[in-house]
Design a protein around this ligand. Sequence first.
Ligand code: CTP
Length: 398
Amino acid sequence: MAKITVYISGSIAAYKGVEVVRGLQKRGHTVRVVMTKGATQLIGPATLAALTKYPVLTDLWQNQTQPIPHIELADWTELAVVVPASADLLAKMANGLADDAASTTLLATSAPKMVVPAMNSHMWQAPATQRNLHQLKSDGVTIVEPVTGRLAEGYAGKGRLPEPAAIVDAVQDHLNQDQLLTGKHLVVTAGGTREPLDPVRYIGNRSSGKMGVAIARAAAASGAQVTLIVGQASVDLPVAANITVVPALTTSDMLKAVQAAFPTADALVMAAAVADYRPLQIAEQKVKKTPGHQDWTLELTETVDILKTVAQTKRPDQVVVGFAAETQDLLANAQRKLAKKGADMIVANSVAGKDSAFGSDQDQVTILRAGQEPLAWPRLTKETVAQRLIKLIAERIK
Ligand code: CTP
């Protein structure tokens, strides 16, 4: 059972924070509460003090005999849940401001943090809010996204707090996940490889690195040591004590990096989009246009299949997961890859048309495992796909 600090801020959904506190208590957790000044305008701290049997921290200066209560609370906390998180508190967290009890205690706590924003849809969409969310995500904070529905303003939009029961489930999932991979080492590849033609040109692909980075983050959040081997990626790379980032732009560099990390790994997840062919010759100088020659014919040669090569060296206790990016016959092609590559699991996704997984924040994947029925998941955010995959991998490792 965890020690959870719930931070309630000044959003109209503050009253739902009370239900979240109750829900967490029902699951057996010990809950203490911090409220912003705005929240105290909407609901009474006395209610939460009575429910939690702890004083509610609303002011840094409220207890002169115990001069630093926020540090005591920050150190006590095993998980901080900000619900609802107003645009203002998000901004403070993203920028490290500490000018009231909530922002100061949040800055002082080194425990994992979950944030459940709720605000007007225009405030949610504002570039500043989106920038702050982006910052929080790259700081390792888990964001439970608001839902689209009727807002207090009387019109529909994205910004509504999810139902308290769903928030309690999300907190519980987060807590359950925490211990899943403690003591394990995961090697994850992400992004696309680049195969040089000359010093300035390369052959690349559209991979953004989002999926691989989400898997690395989810694995790290589950307690694993992660080696994240990245090619070209357009997303921010995580900065965390238990994630080692290894850059590897070409297929050959990625193969070396994977082979170096694999012997100590419990699992390898090949989420990178690796080139199948590379230019046979790499020009030492920039290739110039030649008058009278309109065409440039490239000669390509096959690269090494990293997944297949490494899977051949795997011990029975190691798990190897591949991805299958297909534009047609998704399941049949992915099933063939499972056998051909010697992987334990293939995550099949479509990269065809408007629903392409490339660059998108969402993905609809089907999981294939030898001798088991395919698992078709609905369209989910890449973060959720990553968390579910980590659960499957953890079960397999055990
Ligand atoms: N992969 C790899 N090394 C390569 C090519 C692909 O390790 N040289 C890995 C990818 O990281 C992915 C899986 O193999 O996990 C499948 O990649 P995909 O591009 O879908 O399949 P290919 O093997 O390239 O087959 P095809 O191009 O015929 O679809």
